[in-house]
Ligand binder design. Structure first.
Ligand code: GDP
Ligand code: MN
Length: 387
């Protein structure tokens, strides 16, 4: 799960990571009040959206007084912020972070992610902070230091020191850098994060090591252990259809093709998406209705995928292993009786009770294109789409 910068910073503070002072505002008046309370010489007003690269898009602005912070916030609220990460449609700003501006001496990069090839967390650090780390990785990979973490030992002292040394920190700043690495690691593990990116971590002119920007992703599968973190979800930042699907425990991910898919089992769903591609089109979504699909879940799944205006044809590809095809057929029939379907629907129901399912669909009086083979169903949906 993605969370906002200010929420990531709140988590880090709890684990004694040194973080830039600041608070979130939902209105210009709040922005003014927070700036006044911070009482610093200069402020930074930062749009809170689930995307990076805000600086480039005009979502990070300096202010010299609480009045100016308020005026900047006023302009930011409601603005459609376009950054290299949002796509052309941008994201609407509904929250802004008002923080104490820092006198930056140096911008560093520090990140933690899971490296799946070694099954370990990897700590990454670079002196090339502030800029796009992807660019550094592509053009100067030697500028990114890596430390792989033994899950039993955790981040060892010598590793934290090696990272700080690699960042060319010295003296007192070196010590603060080491403490930062250890506190960041503690925060990551304790909150069951799946990613932490501090870009930039800054060394200030007064010799402090402080988090200026933070991005933390939380492991959805561990959220049940952290009700306080689960509450950080911001539905405004999520795909509305995905939010709707999560209410019914459906695994739905919106994509940008035109073939709506309803499949059971993640493996079959992935294979179905591949076959649609091979047949010459693209899937509009991933939808796994699960092994225990009943008429109700199928109906909800169908309604969700049909409410995507990009869907120009639908492919239902269900293998009845545990699931019963007749229940799926009933669900499809119910869904189709509730909405007007103007696009072609290809159905492949194979396995458990497939014959009863075929009968249900036939008697429904609705028009389906029926397929039996896997490749055949993908070919049929793509040719129906093209007509
Ligand atoms: P991002 O563009 O979404 O990654 O947002 P960041 O929080 O990383 O800010 C982008 C850039 O704005 C930073 O790399 C800094 O150069 C600049 N910036 C942000 N906050 C401050 C601040 O407090 N003081 C100064 N001088 N610059 C800042
Ligand atoms: Mn940043």
């Amino acid at each position: 799960m993605n969370i906002h910068e200010y929420q990531s910073k709140d988590i880090l503070r709890k684990y004694n990571v040194a973080v830039q002072r600041g608070r979130v505002a939902f209105t210009p008046d709040e922005a003014y009040k927070i700036a006044q309370e911070l009482g610093s010489r200069e402020f930074v007003v930062k749009a809170q959206i689930h995307a990076g690269g805000r600086g480039k898009g005009g979502g990070v602005k300096l202010a010299q007084s609480p009045e100016e912070a308020k005026a900047i916030a006023e302009k930011m609220f409601g603005m459609r912020l376009v950054t290299p990460q949002t796509g052309a449609e941008g994201k609407i700003v509904r929250r802004v972070l008002i923080a104490e501006a820092l006198d930056i001496q140096q911008e560093l990069y520090v990140g933690i992610v899971l490296d799946r090839s070694t099954s370990r967390l990897v700590f990454m650090a670079s002196t090339e902070g502030g800029v796009e780390i992807e660019k550094v990785a592509a053009e100067m990979p030697e500028k990114i230091l890596k430390e792989y973490i033994d899950p039993v030992v955790g981040l060892a002292g010598y590793q934290a020191r090696r990272l700080a040394f690699g960042l060319k920190l010295e003296g007192d700043i070196f010590k603060k850098g080491v403490a930062f690495m250890q506190a960041l690691y503690k925060a990551y593990i304790s909150s069951d994060a799946s990613l932490a990116e501090i870009n930039p971590l800054v060394v200030t002119k007064s010799g402090d090591v402080i988090v200026l920007d933070a991005k933390i992703n939380l492991d959805e599968n561990a959220l049940y252990r952290h009700p306080d973190l689960a509450a950080l979800r911001d539905p405004d930042e999520e795909e509305p259809l995905e939010v709707e699907a999560s209410k019914y425990n459906l695994n739905y991910i919106k994509l940008d093709g035109s073939v709506g898919c309803m499949v059971n089992g993640a493996g079959l769903a992935m294979a179905t998406m591949d076959l649609i591609k091979l047949a010459g089109s693209s899937p509009a979504n991933f939808l796994d209705v699960g092994g225990v699909a009943n008429a109700e879940t199928v109906k909800n799944g169908f309604l969700i995928l049909m409410s995507d205006p990009n869907v120009k044809a639908v492919l239902v590809n269900i293998f009845g292993g545990i699931v019963r095809c007749d229940r799926v057929a009933t669900g499809i029939k119910e869904a189709l009786s509730q909405i007007e379907v103007t696009v072609p629907v290809v159905v492949r129901l194979q396995g458990n009770n497939a014959d009863i399912a075929a009968q249900i669909l036939k008697e429904s009086g609705l028009s389906f294109i029926v397929a039996t083979d896997f490749k055949e169903c993908a070919d049929k949906v793509v040719s129906a789409l093209k007509q």
